[in-house]
Design a protein around this ligand. Structure first.
Ligand SMILES: *[C@@H]1O[C@H](CO)[C@@H](O)[C@H](O)[C@H]1NC(C)=O
Ligand SMILES: *[C@@H]1O[C@H](CO)[C@@H](O)[C@H](O)[C@H]1NC(C)=O
Length: 204
């Protein structure tokens, strides 16, 4: 049965999966902390060369989450528009789909259940979904939240160490690979993150 609470909890808990696709739970206290059996940031060297790619301020990305040990999959699409301070996410989960629309100018998050057409509005500042695109306030403007930059939202090139792995081929394309090891305390999760960017200089 399609229920509002179902979809709302889907958006709240499953958006959590993010592009990393390895997490499906809020942190339980006490935290386990960094799990070095997954990876250890101390073994990652920040590579000064080659130059990391510049990220666009506006992007659309698709996410396929396959969580094998839970027999569970979800797909979603993120829309990121830094210049206009707005973002959106559309998610498929167990046959349901829903939209989350982030309006930073009015501090509102709209959740639209596609099946029932029910739309709910919540303050963005107190939403648990802001970890995706952020809600950064400043001392000067404590009530106005801003989005993360693309580097912050994608957790690439914003301070975490990223090591260049080399050139490889993904889905038939020449790509440059970087890797990082991240620990997110909000989910008590340690993860290896691999990044692949289309190579600029493809060898002939
Ligand atoms: C996932 O599916 C397999 C095969 O049907 C089953 O053995 C396993 O118990 C399932 N795991 C969970 C967490 O549901
Ligand atoms: C990278 O960005 C994310 C999101 O803005 C932030 O939570 C994290 O602390 C940043 N990492 C570093 C090392 O600055």
């Amino acid at each position: 049965m399609v229920s509002k609470s179902h979809i709302r909890s889907v958006l709240t808990t499953l958006v959590v999966c993010s592009y990393i696709c390895s997490i499906h739970a809020q942190a339980q206290v006490p935290l386990k902390g960094l799990d070095t059996t997954v990876c250890d940031p101390a073994t990652i060297t920040n590579s000064p060369t080659p130059k990391k790619p510049t990220l666009a301020e506006t992007y659309r990305l698709t996410v396929e989450c396959n969580i094998q040990n839970k027999n569970y999959s979800t797909d979603y699409t993120e829309y990121f528009d830094y210049q206009n301070q707005r973002a959106a996410v559309h998610q498929w989960d167990e046959g349901f789909h829903a939209y989350g629309i982030y309006n930073y100018a009015s501090n509102e998050m709209y959740t639209v259940e596609a099946q029932t057409g029910v739309c709910t509005v919540d303050p963005l500042s107190s939403s648990s979904n802001t970890f995706l695109f952020g809600f950064k306030t400043s001392a000067k403007n404590p009530k106005v939240g801003r989005m993360f930059s693309a580097y912050g939202a994608l957790r690439f090139g914003n301070g975490t160490k990223e090591q260049y792995v080399g050139r490889t081929k993904i889905r038939g394309m020449q790509v440059d690979q970087w890797k990082s090891c991240q620990y997110w305390s909000s989910m008590d999760a340690t993860m290896t993150v691999n990044w692949y960017f289309t190579s600029k200089f493809i060898p002939v």
